[in-house]
Design a protein around this ligand. Structure first.
Ligand SMILES: *Cc1c(COP(=O)(O)O)cnc(C)c1O
Length: 385
């Protein structure tokens, strides 16, 4: 059986080593062996987050951890600034509304970044805002928002920062403590390359102060105080309040070890090389980039517009049927207008990138466009398997 090559922005194709690591016998989520594994995973994850403060591993999707942060740090009626430039910004807004917060929204056009100036102006205009909640990598458009400057603008106004780094952490620099991020949310199934099941959440000391200052009831499982209680009181044998997906944590141990062994800077460079190869190759085939500015184009997802003579759905379908490469379409109003190719997981390798580009050439030929073989293989330097 030929395996489909996942080149969607997540979930990702994981390495065979990690897949095999998951075939461990059942293991309890408590006891000395578990604590050893768990503490090593936490220590490695803290290195990737660049934090010396608290980090929690929750079972569930990234959106759950985002909701845990928002509903623990804020209470109904609290005002939160939510800059939006795509689907996941809208999702953050939905979570805030679900927590009965009072959102202040600033909007940038799809494909444009949120800038530090936009955030600074909005915070100055709305002094009632008690936190900023922002998506780092807007996966729906391939924009990497300039988070360092955005967080600095919030910090200068003493506004805590909640970040959805679900698709960025581990793929681009995001030193949580150095940038002053109070709540940083990510998952194990994007750049950390394990199957879906686990969310990771860092919490700064100021984040805890916010949590402690709120008195409204906020459920139990998603109340971060519950997680802290277990870490502090049961940390030496049963560190989380509920049963954990133990094989997934085992996989995460493997993938974090591999990442740190390879060197995180090298991993960043591999993504950048894959994105460069895709962007240059697609341009050579006449596909305009959705995010033209190299400054804001994410090295983790490349969104591109259609040529006038082909349809997005046909290209994606041909790529899947003929080359076994799965990419993503646009979401919402971008549906049919853009396609997105992910660079995380195995998608960053030379094999995948070349399969994608040659598959795109074939898809064009199937649509009646004359393309010389290899026209798109113009920037393969730096790619490895
Ligand atoms: C994938 C993604 C999510 C969704 O994560 P879930 O684990 O499905 O909740 C949220 N935000 C961004 C930016 C993403 O790319």
């Amino acid at each position: 059986m030929t395996r489909t090559k996942l080149m969607i922005p997540g979930p990702v194709d994981i390495s065979d080593t990690v897949r095999e690591a998951m075939a461990v016998p059942s293991m309890p989520h408590y006891g000395p062996a578990w604590i050893r594994l768990y503490d090593e995973v936490l220590a490695m994850a803290k290195q990737v987050f660049g934090t010396r403060h608290d980090l929690y591993i929750l079972s569930g999707p990234g959106t759950m951890a985002l909701e845990a942060a928002m509903s623990s740090a804020l209470e109904p009626g609290d005002s939160v600034l939510i800059p939006i430039n795509g689907f996941f910004g809208d999702r953050t807004l939905s979570v805030a509304e679900g927590c009965a917060l009072e959102p202040v929204v600033v909007q940038a056009a799809l494909g444009d970044p949120i800038t530090p100036e936009m955030v600074a102006d909005a915070l100055d205009a709305h002094p009632q805002v008690q936190a900023l909640a922002i998506v780092h990598h807007e996966t729906s458009t391939g924009v990497l928002n300039p988070l360092e400057g955005i967080a600095a603008a919030a910090r200068a106004r003493d506004v805590p920062v909640i970040v959805d780094a679900v698709s960025s952490l581990g793929g681009v620099p995001l030193p949580v403590d150095a940038w002053g991020i109070d709540f940083c949310v990510s998952v194990a199934n994007k750049t950390l390359e394990t199957p879906p099941a686990l969310a990771l959440l860092s919490i700064s000391p100021r984040g805890w102060e916010m949590i402690e200052a709120r008195t409204a009831r906020r459920g139990w499982y998603l109340d971060l105080r519950t997680w802290r209680w277990y870490a502090e009181n049961w940390g030496d044998w049963h560190p989380s309040p509920v049963t954990m997906p133990t094989s997934n944590l085992y996989a995460l141990h493997h993938s974090l070890s591999a990442l740190l062994e390879e060197g995180i800077e090298r991993r960043y460079a591999a993504y950048a090389a894959a994105a460069r190869a895709a962007r240059q190759g697609l341009r050579a085939l006449g596909f305009p980039m959705f995010v033209e500015s190299e400054q804001y184009a994410s090295p983790l997802t490349t969104a591109f517009r259609m040529r006038a003579d082909v349809a997005a759905a046909d290209i994606a379908q041909h790529l899947l049927d003929d080359a076994g490469v799965m990419i993503s379409g646009g979401i919402g109003e971008l549906r049919g207008k853009i396609l997105r190719v992910g660079h995380i997981g195995q998608a960053r390798t030379r094999d995948y990138v070349v399969a994608f580009l040659l598959g795109m050439e074939n898809a064009l030929r199937a649509a009646g466009v004359d393309v010389p073989v290899g026209q798109s293989l113009v920037a393969l330097e730096g790619l490895e398997n």
